[in-house]
Ligand binder design. Structure first.
Ligand code: HEM
Ligand code: HEM
Length: 187
């Protein structure tokens, strides 16, 4: 069966599309966090460029995330379980939690400028708010939640990355190599 077809059974390793989408999401999350936490240290023109880059990459991250979710949950590109018991429950829960928090972060990211009645700037293209005006309190809540959620995502993703590295270097199993090109697979 072609790799693009809906898989009937979980695969033995992640397919190239899943691998590409995973590392794109990971890279964009780290870049987004760095931009958002660092732009206050830069003078005005650079600061503005960083904010616009963050918004633009945010739209791209949302699109990549949606592709990842459709590929995984609608088209069924899944991987069989290589762990069992508590480790399996913990890793599955972490993956679902990361997906949920990323979706929430994307929604909050769009709502941040829109609840201020500003357009979202996508590489110079203005994406206007589909809503009317919101109170200042609503906008403050949205921005606060986006900021807190950014930290939660980074801490959890850090733990998730540490677990993947522990599998690779301490337990010396195949888990990390499942998410790498086939030539590095330890299986
Ligand atoms: C996981 C992904 C993301 C992370 C880690 C992240 C992180 C951050 C951080 C740390 C800030 C600064 C908060 C502050 O200054 O208090 C911020 C601001 C912002 N983010 Fe994100 N963000 C993400 C995704 C998105 C997405 C998907 C969008 C929109 C499509 C977005 C739009 C914005 C906007 C509009 C601001 C405010 C910019 C301003 O000060 O005017 N973010 N983000
Ligand atoms: C911000 C960064 C990251 C995010 C948001 C993220 C998110 C995810 C998610 C949601 C999955 C589940 C995939 C699925 O089955 O649908 C996953 C799997 C995986 N990730 Fe990440 N990840 C990040 C960074 C990393 C890093 C840095 C590493 C390695 C050091 C890593 C290694 C892995 C591995 C090995 C798997 C497969 C685990 C398994 O199937 O049990 N990830 N990641």
């Amino acid at each position: 069966m072609s790799e693009l077809a809906i898989s009937a059974a979980p695969a033995n390793r992640y397919d190239p599309v899943s691998i590409l989408l995973h590392w794109l999401v990971a890279l964009l999350v780290v870049v987004q966090f760095a931009l958002g936490e660092l732009w206050d240290f830069f003078p005005r023109p650079v600061h503005h460029l960083m904010v616009v880059t963050h918004m633009s990459f945010g739209v791209i991250l949302t699109a990549v995330l949606l592709c990842r979710l459709v590929w995984r949950f609608v088209l069924g590109h899944e991987v069989e379980d290589f762990t069992s018991g508590l480790i399996r429950v913990a890793s599955r829960s972490m993956h679902y939690l990361l997906y949920a928090l990323l979706i929430i972060q994307a929604v909050l990211g769009f709502l941040w400028p829109w609840t201020e009645s500003h357009a979202l700037n996508f590489f110079g293209l203005a994406i206007p708010s589909p809503f009317g005006a919101f109170s200042k309190a609503t906008n403050d809540t949205v921005s606060e939640l986006h900021d807190i959620n950014a930290w939660v995502i980074i801490v959890l993703a850090g733990g998730h990355a540490a677990a993947a590295l522990a599998h690779h270097f301490i337990l010396r199993d195949r888990i990390l190599s499942l998410m790498l090109p086939a030539r590095w697979d330890r299986g």
